[in-house]
Design a protein around this ligand. Structure first.
Ligand SMILES: Cc1ncc(COP(=O)(O)O)c(C=O)c1O
Length: 441
């Protein structure tokens, strides 16, 4: 893989930008710099060295539509022609919200924001406003954004994580005030007895539970339906707002999101990534009685200069229109079946212990973990980081981009513009990579 031009760009950018990139998560360990792309078309990215790379990161989940989808481009052009209207309402914000309310079971009213972090922050505020309580339950291995109230226990080391029944709140950033910990309870996912006990002991303090209904941020963990049903009942019975953070899971399995897939409806949900067709927009959606806490109907503030900006609203209108067409999930599940069964076959034949768990358009890979099935974070906390990074490095050398996430188990995926041919090509290159790894491990 040629890399000279990218190296030059890094040398230039790092003089003016922290680590030569716009986000910490864009750092590539194997390249020792961010990747710099000059074009994205369909399923492929082209870097400044002319390498054509199959994209299995898909903007960390933000590009379900693939790159430069003609319908998204057309709608964004319409927004440009209207005057890049910022901080103003048009007819298109309401139209988008109507579509979301038609598709997503919990959505009766919507508000927009620009990122997933903002959306979950506002959802939590609305939950606190609704109940008059402060504490939020969050699960180990779940990720809800980059702010102090939720930046705990995404992928803590087992030394820091504390007892399984009552994990420590482990911050994943420095600079977080110690006292914020008082507002969060960390629990293991997928264990109803522990949840029940935590609620019983703290029900007068707990305002809400926030969770990824499909926990893609540690690969792909689908909870037991019964667990979700019981959580629903416990929250309703104890005046606790149930928040599904569907920033990553929304539209990944179907137009009704993970809540439709699981058949359990939250009070509020947050929707991001897929919805914008690659543009920066997120949605806070929920049942009226909860959403009506937001000002000016209620007293919970939610606003922002760029909130509901017309360009991403039009990108989202285009994406949602496509998502609602029957071909969309038909094609997506064909790709998913081919990819996951192909990987299972390759990994099954290898003497290396590599596993895939995937649902819909996103999946996780697990290297040398002891458990057969990953049901919660601690089942994959023994993921072999070195093997994990080696796999991604060898795949990138073969022009397939899986983001490495520092070697932590995380999520990868494909877009609607990927073809079965792309998937076969990825599988061929995975097979070669696994053979190379067998020489090393
Ligand atoms: C489930 C979930 N919630 C929240 C976020 C934060 O979203 P953003 O990066 O847009 O702030 C992410 C980002 O990956 C996410 O996966």
């Amino acid at each position: 893989m040629e890399r000279k031009e990218g190296d030059k760009l890094y040398e230039f950018a790092r003089k003016y930008m922290v680590s030569g990139g716009s986000a910490s998560a864009r750092w590539s360990i194997s390249m020792k710099r961010p990747l710099y792309f000059k074009d994205g078309t369909g399923s492929k990215l082209t870097d400044y060295d002319g390498n054509e790379i199959i994209d299995m990161c898909c903007s960390h989940g933000g590009s379900i539509m693939g790159h430069k989808h003609p319908k998204v481009v057309e709608k964004i052009k319409e927004a440009l022609d209207m005057g890049i209207l910022c901080s103003y309402e048009t007819k298109h914000q309401g139209e988008l919200a109507q579509k979301i309310c038609e598709m997503v079971p919990s959505a009766e009213l919507c508000r927009y924001s620009c990122s997933g972090s903002e959306a979950t922050m506002h959802a939590i505020r609305a939950a606190r406003a609704h109940t008059g309580k402060d504490v939020i339950i969050k699960f180990e291995g779940h990720f809800h954004g980059y702010y102090d109230y939720v930046q705990y226990s995404w992928v803590p080391s087992l030394e820091e994580a504390g007892p399984y029944e009552r994990p420590n709140a482990v911050p994943f950033s420095s600079g977080m005030p110690e006292g914020i910990k008082d507002y969060i309870i960390i629990l293991p996912f997928n264990n109803i007895e522990i949840l029940e006990k935590a609620i019983k002991g703290n029900k007068d303090r707990i305002a809400g539970i926030i969770l990824e209904p499909i926990n893609y941020n540690i690969g792909c963990v689908v909870p037991d339906k019964e667990y979700m049903e019981q959580m629903r009942k416990l929250t309703s019975d104890n005046n606790i707002v149930l928040i599904y953070d569907e920033i990553l899971s929304a539209f990944r399995t179907g137009p009704d999101c993970a809540q439709g897939y699981l058949g359990v409806t939250p009070d509020i949900c947050t929707i991001g990534k897929c919805v914008g067709g690659g543009t920066p927009i997120s949605v806070i959606a929920g049942k009226k009685e909860f959403m009506e806490n937001i000002a000016p109907l209620g007293k919970s503030t939610h606003s922002g200069t760029y909130t509901g900006h017309l360009i991403p609203v039009m990108g989202a209108n285009a994406a949602v229109d496509e998502i609602r067409k029957p071909y969309f999930y038909e094609h997506m599940y064909k790709l998913a079946d081919r990819l996951y069964s192909g990987m299972n076959e390759i990994f099954g034949k290898s003497r290396l212990n590599i596993k895939v768990q995937g649902l819909g358009a996103r999946f996780g890979l697990y290297f040398d973990v002891k458990k057969d099935v990953i049901k919660e974070y601690r089942d994959c906390a023994d993921n072999n980081i070195e093997m994990n990074l080696k796999f991604y490095e060898l795949m990138l050398n073969k022009n397939v981009y899986f983001h490495d996430y520092g070697g932590r188990t995380c999520h990868h995926g494909f877009s609607i513009q990927h073809t079965l041919g792309d998937i076969d090509e990825v599988l061929n290159r995975i097979e070669d990579t696994v053979k190379e790894m067998e020489q090393i491990y």
